[in-house]
Design a protein around this ligand. Structure first.
Ligand code: FEO
Length: 392
């Protein structure tokens, strides 16, 4: 495993998972990922910030063997892709103390069966002197677990942010090699992991505005030596108005719901709204999540199977509800034959949105002329709403 020297006293140890293609048995990783640990050699104390995914522990431990012993291991986040190697690290460095937030301590004990006595909690704003340099711990809950924090190295102006600002992007570069590629990867990461917590992220961004940051060093993907690139992107995703885009995720069995999806899209475009269609049976969840960051409206197309909504439609509804996009309008369309509970079921699954609910268009069998005209009226309502809100 290679390491990157960042400064005279800071190294990045990136365990690059080039061929990983799925995270949490859910999230596609088209570009792989990395789990970055960081080593800091102060004049008196040595620190490791975060660990790596256990699957890559061998290379990580070999890379660490070339470093002097560790006095502290900072666990910014208890999830196993950053903490899973902690038991092995304690075996190697039995005198080391693990530093974590009070909320992280029981998580580390429960997830990894670490001895409680090995974990020392740190308060928000607490500092740790390493001799010639000082670390400051910034509690930043809900990026994306309740226990998360970042660590700031004052003298070098480096923010170690763990998942926050991360990206699933396997690369041998220490810093972002290509901002266009990094933007897509970071937006995908934000959409899949961070978007449900936009309200918390807003506060963290305000707090970080008071810090002089030269480098943001996350624990997934490349570091940012131009922090404004990722900070500005986050401000746009979190604080910006949605765009004049109607997102239409749908699934179809014999084509009726697909006919409706295309009619709705055509009608929206004719009325000045951009439309994006996603087939839930074959789409990339990450692409759909990215589209949700910007969507002004989301209209979910779900046919009925027997009397229930198609399972892929249920999956779409659960995903939309979990990711909590900032869309202003939400509705449902689809087709059934002899009976249906689809609209009520889908509506009951999407309760987290602040979006206005538009009357669904749900039709029996193949859509007729009047059904398609009902979709035109839905499109008009969305277009008027986007215009009134000034969406661009
Ligand atoms: Fe990268 Fe939430 O772990």
């Amino acid at each position: 495993m290679f390491v990157h020297k960042m400064t005279e006293r800071v190294w990045q140890l990136p365990a690059v998972h080039w061929n990983r293609r799925l995270f949490d048995a859910l999230i596609p990783l088209p570009d792989g990922t990395s789990y970055n640990a960081y080593y800091i050699k102060g004049s008196e104390k040595r620190v490791l910030i975060d660990a790596v995914e256990p699957a890559l522990e061998q290379g990580f431990l070999e890379a660490l063997a070339g470093m002097p012993a560790v006095d502290y291991i900072i666990s910014n986040h208890a999830e196993q892709d950053h903490s899973g190697t902690l038991p092995k690290l304690l075996e190697r460095y039995p005198g080391a103390r693990i530093l974590a937030t009070p909320k992280a301590k029981p998580m580390l004990v429960n997830l990894l069966h670490l001895p409680e006595g090995a974990i020392q909690t740190v308060e928000d704003g607490e500092t740790l002197s390493l001799g010639d340099v000082t670390l400051e711990f910034l509690h930043m809950p809900w990026v994306h677990w309740p226990e998360t924090m970042a660590t700031y190295l004052r003298e070098e102006k480096i923010l170690f942010s763990c998942d926050f600002f991360g990206s699933h992007l396997a690369t041998s570069s220490l810093y972002v090699p290509d901002e266009w590629q990094a933007y897509e990867a970071a937006k995908r990461y934000y959409a899949e992991i961070m978007m449900p917590f936009a309200r918390h992220i807003r506060k963290h961004l305000e707090r970080l505005a008071g810090y002089d940051i030269s480098v943001i060093a996350p624990s997934h993907g490349p570091a940012y030596n131009r922090p404004a690139f990722i900070l500005d992107a986050y401000r746009e995703w979190v604080l910006g108005e949605p765009k004049n885009i109607a997102l239409i995720p749908y699934v179809t069995m014999h084509g009726s719901t697909e006919i409706m999806a295309h009619r709705l899209a055509d009608s929206l475009v004719a009325k000045g709204v951009n439309a994006q269609l996603f087939d839930l049976a074959s789409m990339d969840i990450g692409k759909l999540a990215i589209a949700m960051v910007d969507a002004g409206s989301i209209i979910l197309g779900v046919p009925t199977v027997e009397t229930s909504p198609h399972p892929y439609g249920v999956f779409g509804a659960v995903l939309i509800n979990a990711l909590r996009p900032k869309a202003k309008y939400f509705s449902i369309f689809g087709s059934y034959l002899w009976g249906t509970k689809a609209v009520n079921t889908i509506q009951s699954l999407v309760t987290n949105l602040s979006a206005q609910f538009i009357e669904p268009v749900y039709v029996r069998g193949l859509p007729r002329k009047e059904d398609l005209e009902a979709l035109d009226r839905m499109a008009e309502q969305i277009a008027q709403g986007h215009r009134a809100a000034g969406l661009r």
